[in-house]
Design a protein. Structure first.
Length: 490
């Protein structure tokens, strides 16, 4: 019988019987018209009426490596059994993906139905080496967000490398964004910053012209994030930051995207150390429920200047800095659009606890306990990126509650469950979430003399966006193998 490397039966294999000159040499008399048979569907084959002598068998089939057996003797009356295994013939594909200017395109996802194990991405030079390619015309599917889909093929021969170069065309649309003032749409806003796409090298950022418009000529197709904001320091008028999602279609998008910006206010004040009344710098001041509208107090004067403050009947500010208790300050006067509020004073009280297992802490409150112990509430702030993993939102805080500490404000336990059971992360450029039922784990690792935040990491499936017809399993890295956040980013 003829079988494959997986043990399965191989049919339609050409089996040739050739007479050998000597059992002690590799010389074979290759007959131009040898006796041959094709293996059946169950892989079986047979020869009959063979004259005595020395013989070898040759097995050939497209897509499989040819096989020639060793020499064997046949005498009258012999019944020989020869089972052979044929391995798949393989080659290589050296793929290069370029744009119209012959510049390599990275992060192109490559898939082939003929190579089930293949799910590769081109490197920064647009190159990918595909190994274990079957000897055949191998069809490849190339996908990248922002580019037109491309299907191509490579002719692979055994033991050789097929070199192919493909060009991807950008799948882009032309979008006009028109920025106007809310409540006065005839007023078009100049010098507004318009950003399309996620933060990073592929994000498009332009400024509106005198007509309040900007043309995004190479906008990637599909659903995209759109943000509009005034220039951070030079804008004469304040507007509430605007965020939305838009659908970009290939070619010229006929209808402009109109963004109505709500007029906002400014708020200025000073942060002081409650203990000595001195100005306190490095304090982050933000609006409760709107962490992106924030300012940091000046290192020498303690002055903070909040721009683009939404109008309202009252506004609650959150001020925090490592080593100090978090302060919530309620400005209970009405703020109207165009107001320039000054004279706000915020005091921060020195905290008895400035870190937790090495992570910076903003303490909210302390409750006295018994036996010299206390219970504390607060948040880990400014969590540093660690090799391979960072927070999706660098401003995110991880809260702890009712934590028991000793008289020096060191935790009694070496392991703490945080209030959040999940948080958005970025792992080697892939979006995902760190999750753990009952709360993310904060632990002191004595061998490293540092704290660690850990959990299971589930990555978003970027492949399903490229190959919607293919269903991939959830990509979850168990806590023990998943990258973690370490104090100090070690």
């Amino acid at each position: 019988k003829v079988t494959g490397a997986d043990g399965g039966q191989v049919g339609n294999v050409r089996v040739e019987l050739h007479k050998a000159d000597s059992a002690w040499t590799d010389t074979v008399t290759w007959q131009p018209n040898p006796q041959w048979v094709a293996s059946g569907g169950d892989g079986s084959y047979s020869f009959g009426n063979i004259l005595p002598g020395l013989y070898r068998l040759q097995f050939t089939k497209t897509g499989l490596n040819s096989l020639v057996t060793d020499t064997f003797r046949v005498d009258y009356g012999d019944r020989l059994l020869r089972d052979e295994e044929l391995s798949a013939a393989r080659g290589f594909i050296a793929l290069t993906v370029q744009d119209k200017d012959k510049k390599g395109i990275g992060d192109v996802c490559v898939k082939s139905d003929q190579i089930p194990s293949l799910l590769g991405f081109t490197d920064s030079d647009g190159k990918l080496l595909i190994i274990e390619a079957p000897t055949d015309t191998v069809k490849l599917q190339l996908r990248r967000i922002g580019y037109a889909d491309l299907d191509t093929a490579a002719l692979v021969t055994a033991g050789d490398t097929a070199k192919i170069t493909c060009k991807l065309q950008k799948s882009v649309g032309q979008v006009v964004v028109r920025v106007v003032e809310k409540g006065n749409t005839s007023r078009r806003l100049e010098d507004m910053i318009v950003k399309l796409g996620k933060d990073g090298k592929d994000q498009i950022s332009k400024t509106t012209d005198a007509q309040g418009e900007v043309i995004l000529a190479d906008a990637p197709t599909g659903q995209q994030s759109l943000t509009v904001s005034p220039k951070p320091d030079t804008a004469a008028t304040d507007y509430v930051l605007f965020e939305t999602k838009i659908q970009v279609y290939p070619g010229v998008n006929a209808q402009p995207t109109v963004v109505e910006m709500e007029p906002a206010a400014r708020l200025q004040g000073i942060v002081r150390n409650k203990d000595d009344g001195k100005p306190l710098g490095g304090v982050t001041v933000s609006i409760e429920g709107n962490a992106k509208t924030k300012a940091v107090s000046d290192s020498s004067t303690g002055v903070f200047k909040l721009r683009n403050v939404p109008p309202g009947e009252s506004t609650t500010l959150i001020a925090f800095k490592g080593g100090f208790k978090t302060t919530r300050f309620k400005y209970d006067k009405r703020i109207a659009a165009g107001d320039k509020v000054t004279g706000v004073e915020i005091e921060l009280e020195k905290s008895p606890m400035d870190s937790l297992f090495g992570f910076a802490v903003a303490l909210d409150s302390v409750k006295a306990g018994s036996g010299g112990r206390n219970r504390v509430w607060g948040a880990l702030i400014q969590i540093p990126p660690t090799f391979g993993v960072k927070l999706a939102d660098e401003n995110a805080r991880l809260n702890f509650a009712d934590l028991e500490v000793d008289s020096t404000y060191k935790p009694v336990a070496d392991s703490i469950s945080l209030a959040e059971s999940e948080i958005g992360v970025d792992v080697f450029g892939l979006a995902g979430k760190m999750k753990l039922s009952g709360g993310l784990a904060l632990q002191w690792i004595d061998s490293a003399k540092a704290g660690r935040i850990s959990g299971n990491i589930t990555l978003d499936d970027p492949i399903s966006k490229l190959f919607p017809e293919t269903k991939f399993l959830d990509i979850t890295i168990p806590k023990k193998q998943a990258p973690s956040f370490w104090a100090g980013g070690i």
